[in-house]
Design a protein around this ligand. Sequence first.
Ligand code: AHG
Ligand code: MN
Ligand code: MN
Length: 350
Amino acid sequence: MFHKIPDICGKQIALSVLGNRNTTLGEFIIENQGSFQYSSGELSKLINAIRLAAKVVNHEVNKAGLVDIIGRAGDTNIQGEDQQKLDVLANEKFIQTLRNREIVCGIASEEEDDFISINSNDEQHRNKYVVLIDPLDGSSNIDVNVSVGTIFSIYRRVTPVGTPVTLEDFLQPGRNQVAAGYVVYGTSTMLVYTTGDGVNGFTLNPAIGTFYLSHPNMEFPETGSIYSVNEGNYVHFLQGVKDYIKYCQQEDGDRPYTSRYIGSLVSDFHRNMIKGGIYMYPKSSVSTNGKLRLLYECNPMAFIAEQAKGLATDGNIRILDVQPTELHQRVPFFCGSPKMVQKLQEFLEN
Ligand code: AHG
Ligand code: MN
Ligand code: MN
């Protein structure tokens, strides 16, 4: 069923809202606060802060071609990657918003060498959550007007409140996440998140700056016909991955599958969750652990995937069971419709 939400020009924006009214993200957070097992309102406040930062970053991303914020910032991050101006800006906006609202005790980001402690050694501060973020995902796409994203992952700290936050609070296996989500700055801007009770997607009406529940209870189709991988790296992949790619290309039944690769994990994942597909960033002879980072890329996406009835593996074990050892650790990543991931697994085992 389609609901019409008026935009500022009096035109109508159609959102396919399956409910019988236009729930806003703000309302949804309040209504669902009770279903969260450690409900104290703190997590709701935190998701609200992320909602606000997402709107600010959205505003910056949308004017990227108009002001001097595209191109390289001139620095590299700890992983040796060139930082784009928008990487730096998005990082600042998220950290600023979370810091100002005094809502978390620590933040780790792709763009920061080390984690940031926020008043965590002050007895007055009882905040128990840490956030890990990829502020701008797919940043090589910024300059060419292709969709990018933000990814976030939330844990309860394991060390006592009122003591300094430690690395241990960040190096938790993904299965401990209490919430995770992403924002996709695409043809429309969407915020998709889970608190462990399914996955819901909200679309931003930019005219009034409000996110509306447009995609309730998102689920991966059991199988699909899209495979997403950077095939330029093909010769460096393990034989099992090469064989699976060949299987995707063979003519048989519902195959060949379609190849779709944007190069923004968030956007590739989002499309595959809606249409059915598999995303792969395997290890290769040149990048022995793949490229994607466990803590702020793979874990949040794996949590969302599993909550949406999909699967996520590093090729050997479930992503959510990988024990992290470093903040910026990389892992091979295979994620998507359950039947497709299972099929890939068969090839890897052979
Ligand atoms: P980031 O921009 O945060 O560094 O992430 C880029 C990641 C991911 O979004 C994408 O899927 C992948 O890198 C693309 O890598 P290749 O260009 O090697 O395919
Ligand atoms: Mn990324
Ligand atoms: Mn990034």
